[in-house]
Ligand binder design. Structure first.
Ligand SMILES: Cc1cc2nc3c(=O)[nH]c(=O)nc-3n(C[C@H](O)[C@H](O)[C@H](O)COP(=O)(O)O)c2cc1C
Length: 125
């Protein structure tokens, strides 16, 4: 985040707020999640990123059935494309790159705020 301060990067305007939250002990990047999942793809394949997003979306949808909470990790995913220390830490197999990332773990909160839906009316003809 500090590398993006005062640059032409599209995230540059947001980073002061993110850095300040982090310095105050508020993890607005990973929300204190215990795990990060990375979908990685072959370098040089322009369509593989869609496969990676589909794979993560399936994980996202299936996780609650196993009591697991998820959150898309857009900031981490962005860092994984360009921030060398993170790339070293990931140590992906040769010829592979991160396409996107997702946080997951046992959720701290239970969601009660899902809007009620009107009963579905189905007419069979
Ligand atoms: C592509 C994408 C990237 C996201 N990246 C992050 C992130 O890096 N950190 C974070 O805390 N939430 C991230 N989120 C989650 C959003 O902050 C938000 O919680 C989520 O979209 C659900 O919003 P809603 O509950 O208002 O519908 C991301 C969401 C999406 C769709």
């Amino acid at each position: 985040m500090e590398n993006l301060l005062n640059t032409a990067h599209p995230m540059s305007g947001y980073v002061p707020m993110l850095i300040s939250a982090w310095e105050q002990g508020n993890d607005v990047i990973c929300r204190g999640a215990s795990h990060l999942l990375f979908a990685h793809i072959p370098e040089g394949n322009p369509v593989a990123v869609v496969d990676a997003i589909i794979a993560l979306t399936h994980f996202d949808v299936a996780a609650p059935a196993f009591g697991i909470g998820t959150c898309w990790a857009g900031f981490v995913a962005a860092a994984a494309t360009s921030y060398e220390p993170l790339q070293k830490e990931l140590d992906l197999p040769a010829g592979r790159k991160s396409a996107y990332a997702m946080m997951f773990g046992h959720p701290q909160y239970k969601i009660y705020g899902i809007p009620l839906r009107k009963p579905l009316e189905v007419m069979w003809q």
